[in-house]
Design a protein around this ligand. Sequence first.
Ligand code: FAD
Length: 402
Amino acid sequence: MPETPSNKIIEVDVAVIGGGIAGLWLLNRLRQSGYSSLLVEKSALGSGQTIASQGMIHGGLKYALAGSLTGESEAIKQMPGIWHDCLAGHGEINLRQTRRLSEAFYLWSTGKVGSRLVSFFASKSLRGRVNKVKPADYPSAFAGSPYKGSLYRLQDVVLDIPSLLDGLSRPHMQAITQSADASLQQDDEGKELLRLSPGITVRAQRYVITAGEGAGAILADLHITQPAMQLRPLKQVMVKHDLPHYLYGHCIGAQASASPRLTISSHRCRDGKNLWYLGGDLATEGVEMTDGQVIDLARSELATIFPWLDFSGASWATHTVNRAEPRQEQLIKPDSAFVGNAANRPGVIVAWPTKLTLAPDLAARTLDTLRQQIEPGATSGLQLLDELPRPTIAVPPWDLAW
Ligand SMILES: Cc1cc2nc3c(=O)[nH]c(=O)nc-3n(C[C@H](O)[C@H](O)[C@H](O)COP(=O)(O)OP(=O)(O)OC[C@H]3O[C@@H](n4cnc5c(N)ncnc54)[C@H](O)[C@@H]3O)c2cc1C
């Protein structure tokens, strides 16, 4: 397609479609690695899963709750070190400005933690990663409480997502654009192109789809059947309250199981109030319930787990969101970031991180794939993005719910 005054062309090596954690991390790595690139976001950066996440960067121990390190925890184990370096300002991306909500995630049980789990936590493989906390060092929600069980501390940092999205996008804003109806098409010769607006087209050597759940519609439009996507919904519960406790942790049920009964992260709302964001089994089971039912369940869970805390004056809301992942047998959890070539469109690559934590893994795998396929080439016209809007950063669900 020739460039004409009414059809201006941007030429880059890689066009990234979707600006959540996956697309933004990838854009950073591509531009550092000598691949000219741009990113197009449909609405606000991080809309969908990233802004709805609990912000926990974990090394997989969450998945070891049943008492052994699974394949998943081995695959994810490298990630905290990479994030730690980035947050300290000497990693693959400089995230020094990203706000940390907590340096640790706590783990406790309502019943007796299975003896298998206790000995597993004490085992050599976990030395230094999980520590039993003395009552004098309990987080404030437990301090002075009648809680009698064991409380463990995991070295998992929790991040403030808007500041993370800001840190990843701000240095590259000249290569980021917002377009609600950008579409991948083929020209008369069968070459891929990305129409950003009626007058601006992108020609790239490769198009990487990091659109989360939005990948489903793009794949359907392009008749791409492989890779395929699966969605696993969650109904998170939000509790806005007047208690002074900021808590980050997993409550394990009486029976050791592979998933936590309740996962809690704490956030400050725009109105200055404290909010507990509740996930875990509550949120997976909650998808089968009405909002009222899941809120009732959350109330009773908090009353059982924290009988010494008073949530009677709290306000409650829910947030339903899909986790988007490559399709697996029986909707099970994938065990690492996924990057795959579209079966019938050689220029198109599809990627899902499956966890916030795995964004560096996704970028590394995508770079490996690209290095096998393309060399950095000609670049032109990036300044045309000045004619289009720039995306803002998504607003957390708790600042939209009330
Ligand atoms: C409730 C919840 C809690 C979670 N907590 C954690 C956690 O604590 N730790 C962890 O490691 N993981 C967590 N996860 C998983 C993690 O959030 C996701 O794996 C990750 O955020 C996915 O990022 P993504 O960039 O692929 O997708 P998304 O964040 O969904 O981003 C996709 C982006 O693409 C854009 N888009 C969509 N369609 C198009 C299109 N056609 N054109 C252009 N742009 C488009 C969207 O607007 C969006 O901005 C959680 C997930 C959920 C749902």
